[in-house]
Write a protein of this length. Structure first.
Length: 232
């Protein structure tokens, strides 16, 4: 008899109600789809200019619990941690207007939550949304094109070749790319450029490094599909 079976036999004699812990398994992980329900993000930057940082969206308010559970129906105990973002002037045609460069205390946000797992953890999964530009859409489009070209170039450099992917408009925004297939997407829509990342150690996501690819394909892309329609 194995050590595990002997232990379960002892539990069965001493405390029958505890026996369930020896054989119980977490339910299969469920993946849903984007269902945007939050308010529109309504940035109105001046022509050829960045939006003043004081008017940037609070990233911790751009995903509701309901929108997270549309993508991951079993998510529990959702917590939000603001992430500081530092913005510099990316418009080479003019000097940055006062108030458009510096730190944005909640320019990003880490959404942490629990998913079914053999090893219990209140927050074994996360999604991070980070705004990297809020400006005149023409400026954002140019900034995004530079980042896209840079990511494409870096993917082919070095000993480790990244699997760069240009996703185009397939996620419902004006453009998205993956620096690597296991990375989260960088996207732009209207006056916004943003990145979505995250990870999970929950059962059903898979073993590392495949888990990162699965999380990107099944979760992070759906987060983009949630945000994109609300940026128009």
């Amino acid at each position: 008899m194995s050590r595990v079976n002997r232990w379960c036999l002892v539990l069965a004699v001493a405390a029958p109600l505890a026996l369930a812990g020896c054989s119980s398994e977490p339910p299969p992980l469920e993946f849903g789809a984007a269902r945007p329900s939050g308010p529109k993000l309504d940035a109105r930057p001046a022509a050829n200019s960045s939006l003043p940082l004081a008017q940037w969206p609070n990233a911790c308010e751009v995903l509701s619990d309901a929108e997270i559970r549309s993508v991951l129906p079993q998510a529990t105990d959702v917590a939000r941690d603001p992430v500081k973002v530092t913005i510099i002037d990316f418009n080479p045609l003019s000097e940055a207007a006062p108030g458009t460069t510096g730190d944005v205390p909640a320019g990003g946000c880490a959404f942490r939550f629990g998913l079914p797992s053999t090893y219990e953890s209140a927050h074994n999964s996360s999604v991070k949304v980070t705004f990297t530009a809020v400006a005149d859409p023409a400026l954002v489009q140019r900034h995004y094109a530079e980042d896209l070209a840079d990511a494409r170039k870096r993917a082919g450099e070095g000993a480790y070749k990244k699997e760069f992917r240009d996703l185009g408009t397939s996620l419902g925004t004006e453009g998205c790319f993956l620096p690597d297939v296991s990375d989260g997407p960088t996207c732009h829509q209207g006056p916004y450029q943003f990145e979505v990342s995250g990870m999970s150690t929950a059962d059903g996501v898979g073993e590392y490094p495949q888990s990162k690819r699965n999380w990107t394909e099944k979760v992070l892309t759906q987060v983009v599909r949630t945000l994109g329609p609300r940026m128009r």
